[in-house]
Design a protein around this ligand. Structure first.
Ligand code: FES
Length: 110
């Protein structure tokens, strides 16, 4: 599958998130579209690798997002946890911005 339309640029607030559901090869995938503090857009799995809660409900700081439940932060570029209790990364996906359109390829995680 190739990149698919996830949302429009204006849908994602500054240093904020938008939760979307995209269609993957093996079914629907929950994705958090995140705008970091520098304004760059990222796509990261919406499911925390520690406790399976929604990362899009967390707070954005610099280029990371904090899980609201236990406080692990995840790097938006790599998906790697920056601190405990999470130890496993979450998938991150390529993002292409085409004008106002934000395209994400969930079948080609970075
Ligand atoms: S559920 Fe996310 S850090 Fe525990």
């Amino acid at each position: 599958m190739t990149a698919q339309l996830a949302c429009y640029d204006e849908d994602v607030p500054a240093a904020g998130t938008l939760r979307v559901e995209l269609e993957g090869e093996s079914g629907p995938v929950e994705v958090a579209i995140v705008r970091d503090e520098d304004g760059e857009l990222h796509a990261i799995s919406d499911i925390c690798s520690h406790g399976a809660v929604s990362l899009s409900d967390g707070e954005v700081e610099d280029c990371s997002i904090e899980c609201w439940l236990h406080g692990s932060r995840f790097d938006l570029r790599t998906g790697k946890p920056l601190g405990p209790p999470a130890v496993r990364p979450v998938p991150v996906y390529p993002v292409t911005v085409d004008g106002q359109r934000v395209l994400v390829d969930i079948d080609a995680p970075l």
